[in-house]
Ligand binder design. Structure first.
Ligand code: NAP
Ligand code: GDD
Length: 321
């Protein structure tokens, strides 16, 4: 089996590549051209995969890539994935996260409609939530240009499934984290901050809205759900979530507590990190995935927080030695 992964240098792309390699897949990773290569998350598997330059903004590069390698499965994980950036670069976010999906689907339609497709949709599409918990039937109300672009990406995936009979799947994934999470996202910002404070490298952590609630899971569990969707006879849309919700403050408290520190002495709020429109509460209902995909979690919230703090402590302690 050959799989193409866009966004392979990202958090999810790297975990997915690890898992597919273990299953014996041949992996083609799509990377965009950069003056300096940043392959930190896939350095350990670089020799076992094939990296090819192409860009979500360039239709022909995607067609050529799919034509040359003819993958059986395509996982479209590449995106501008940071919500605050989408207010500063709304047009570019739309190009990547909305029209980029159409470019991927057009390439599949042109080359071979039997190729199975996974689209990385997001719980940000629920935004100002219309019900709690959110499931596949909950109406969307996105609150950022990122969320709006992802709604487009979701519906174009559904549309190519219905119009051309492509095995096109939309995974509506709630927040998922890991030691490989980007430093700007709140979980990693917190665990990295805790490690810095514990090691005496910093004395403060500036955050935005501590009241926002998220349904946080472990990325390693979520990439398994992506693969499971593509192994089903019928394509579909699936919510992937833990079903639990916690505030940013809960995360902070647990992360500082894990190294015996009282967060109230270190955390300050900074209006620079407060968003023009917030998603106040996410809590997913993954019953469909549990029933149809037999998908299950292996890491709970507390284990996730501790895993991330421990990984940052270890990484920083080694770096300062
Ligand atoms: P991430 O760590 O930010 O990775 C994003 C990836 O996209 C990187 O490999 C990046 O490459 C690539 N990329 C960006 N623009 C590109 C372009 N124009 N052409 C080619 N590649 C491009 O994101 P993630 O957390 O792994 O998330 C993966 C996907 O799931 C994203 O679509 C995200 O929106 C979605 N999602 C994530 C979550 C979550 O909680 N993590 C939840 C729901 C949905 P560079 O290395 O070159 O920057
Ligand atoms: N990033 C960040 N930095 N967020 C903060 C901070 C801070 O200093 N302080 C508070 N927050 C709050 C945000 O306001 C938000 O409510 C919450 O923490 C989570 O923010 P992020 O970790 O940046 O993630 P996100 O929920 O906006 O988006 C992530 O999850 C989506 C799925 O729901 C990203 O991975 C998206 O790509 C993904 O689609």
């Amino acid at each position: 089996m050959r799989a193409l992964i866009t966004g392979i240098t990202g958090q999810d792309g790297s975990y997915l590549a690890d898992m597919l390699l273990e299953k014996g897949y041949e992996i083609i990773g799509m990377v965009r051209r950069s003056s300096t290569e940043s392959f930190e998350r896939i350095n350990h598997i670089k020799d076992a995969i094939t990296l090819i330059q192409a860009d979500l903004l360039d239709q022909l590069s995607i067609v050529n890539l799919i034509e040359e390698f003819r993958p059986a499965e395509v996982y479209n994980l590449a995106a501008q994935s940071f919500v605050p950036t989408s207010w500063n670069q709304p047009v570019l976010t739309g190009e990547f996260d909305a029209i980029g999906v159409t470019r991927m689907l057009e390439a599949i339609k042109l080359v071979d409609k039997k190729i199975r497709f996974y689209q990385a949709s997001s719980s940000e599409m629920f935004g100002k939530v219309q019900e709690v918990p959110q499931s596949e039937t909950t109406p969307f109300h996105p609150r950022s240009p990122y969320g709006v672009a992802k709604v487009y990406g979701h519906w174009i995936t559904v549309n190519y499934r219905e119009s051309y009979n492509i095995h096109a799947n939309s995974g509506i994934l709630f927040n998922h984290e890991s030691p490989r999470r980007g430093l700007e996202f709140v979980t990693r910002k917190i665990t990295h901050g805790v490690a810095r404070i514990k090691l005496g490298l910093a004395d403060q952590l500036a955050l935005g809205n501590l009241d926002a609630k998220r349904d946080w899971g472990f990325a390693g569990d979520y990439v398994r759900a992506m693969w499971l969707m593509l192994q089903q006879d019928k394509p579909g849309d699936y919510v992937i979530a833990t079903g639990e919700t916690h505030s940013v403050e809960d995360f902070v408290k647990l992360a500082f507590g894990h190294v015996d520190l009282d967060y109230r002495q270190y955390v300050v709020t900074d209006p620079r990190f407060v968003r023009p429109a917030e998603v106040d509460l996410l809590q997913g209902d993954a019953s469909r995935a549990r029933k149809n995909l037999k998908w299950e979690l292996t890491v709970d919230f507390e284990q996730l927080v501790k895993m991330m703090v421990d990984a940052d402590l270890e990484r920083l302690a080694t770096a300062v030695k």
